[in-house]
Design a protein around this ligand. Structure first.
Ligand code: URA
Length: 236
């Protein structure tokens, strides 16, 4: 990859800035000043230093966000703030987007990335990537209703949901529900189909990712190398 392309993709310098820094000896490749930014480097192997700082190459970004209420899962919205508004301004230079959607009033684990191809695979119905939600409902679930929700329930548009898993708390009006698909308002509509109502919804897992309990609402962190590899694995 060209040096200037690498620096601009990483959001470190524009091509013009890179060319000017290189002319002044500010770009080192494996310790050697490089005057020509059109030169190709191997970002995985070559050591690149820009204005005294080592460039750690990262092709894509992966962010775990603890979504608060009131934010929409979109890149822009004419009315409401989006989950991207919770990230610092310097992330604006990447083409980040939320991987999947949570409703405006749903809380919890949201993956934000610029890796479109991985995101597509994670959301593909073929992959059956599991997502678990902590929930509360207006009424307790009977054994029969739990069974219906787990086996597959017909939604208001005639769609029959895929098998789900429910773990009930002692009060039977809260617990965890795990889905392998993500239709519009799916959990809310599933509970409506059994004459109940979701009053609280928080996503706590997404495939191999667990919501980091140290993140407060609206807080975020980059995924670890281990989490990224686990995601790649889940999307195979
Ligand atoms: N199901 C819903 O109803 N809402 C969400 O945000 C996610 C799953």
């Amino acid at each position: 990859m060209r040096i200037d392309k690498l620096l601009s993709e990483m959001g470190i310098a524009t091509r013009k800035e890179a060319a000017s820094a290189a002319k002044r000896g500010g770009v080192l490749i494996n310790g050697v000043p490089q005057k020509d930014c059109a030169k190709h480097v191997d970002p995985e192997k070559d050591r690149i230093v820009y204005l005294g700082r080592e460039v750690v190459y990262q092709k894509y970004r992966y962010i775990m966000l603890n979504k608060p209420e009131g934010y929409v899962s979109a890149t822009e919205d004419g009315k409401d703030p989006t989950v991207l508004d919770l990230l610092p301004e310097e992330y604006g230079k990447f083409n980040l987007f939320p991987c999947g959607r949570l409703d405006k009033n749903t809380l919890g684990l949201m993956l934000i990335t610029d890796n479109g191809e991985l995101s597509h695979r994670l959301l593909s119905p073929k992959r059956h990537v599991k997502k678990t939600y902590a929930y509360r409902s207006k009424f307790p679930l009977t054994d029969k209703e739990k069974e219906v929700l787990e086996d597959g329930v017909i939604l208001d548009d005639g769609y029959e949901t895929k098998p789900a898993e429910i773990e009930l708390d002692n009060d039977r009006a809260s617990g965890y529900i795990t889905l392998t698909e993500g239709k519009y308002h799916q959990i809310k509509r599933m509970f409506e189909a059994v004459h109940n109502k979701i009053t609280y919804l928080e996503r706590v897992t997404f495939g191999p990712l667990y919501l980091d309990s140290s993140l407060g609402r609206g807080e975020w962190r980059e995924l670890t190398e281990k989490e990224i590899l686990a995601l790649e694995d889940a999307a195979k």
